[in-house]
Design a protein around this ligand. Sequence first.
Ligand code: COA
Length: 195
Amino acid sequence: MTDPGGWTGEEAVGRRELQVARLLALQASNDIPGVRTLRARWLCSLLRAPGLKVGSGVRLDCSHPQLLGRLRLGRDVELGAGTVLDVSGGLVIADETTLSEGVMILTHEHAISDRSRHWRMQSIDARPVVIGRGVWLGARAIVLGSARTVGEGAVVGAGSIVTREIPPFAVAVGNPARVVGWRGRDARVAPSNAN
Ligand SMILES: CC(C)(COP(=O)(O)OP(=O)(O)OC[C@H]1O[C@@H](n2cnc3c(N)ncnc32)[C@H](O)[C@@H]1OP(=O)(O)O)[C@@H](O)C(=O)NCCC(=O)NCCS
């Protein structure tokens, strides 16, 4: 998996930590603020993701345990409420990237080409995804493994379905997501805490 520019995260999260983090994320009691804060701290440390902000009901998904992939989260990543991260194929989310509410990233795919066999009996393909630095995925956007990369500083509109690579600093919307504009030519990803 190629890393996006600006990566400063630690090595990928180990299998054990990832399993624990999955349980922690799944079993969280989201209505109690104290528990939520504690869970966010645990996840931050387990996932080696300094400054990680986690909304309620975030899921780290891996429906085929034999595929459990690598997860790398950068600094100051925000995962909005109800975000679903399928970690089975491998996933990188770089620094200062925000996933708004209900975003899904799907990193595995079922082969469907052989019509004589049920698709469940066909192969499962890991499809690693890299979300670059300073990206904003709007609410309920879906990123499929076929997208491979959402480039640094790109913005994906709410409800969009990303099926192909999105270049750096592009603004992409719709289903399938298409580039409809670009952030300013000289755009730099300003650190989110810079005022
Ligand atoms: C992608 C987004 C940032 C673009 O904002 P913008 O630069 O102001 O773009 P505009 O509103 O000028 O729209 C540009 C075009 O894209 C279309 N468009 C914008 N957002 C769209 C979306 N999510 N899905 C489909 N089309 C969209 C507009 O209809 C417009 O098309 P037109 O030129 O044919 O009229 C914004 O529309 C968006 O989706 N934001 C996400 C909101 C969100 O998730 N909020 C949660 C906050 S945590």
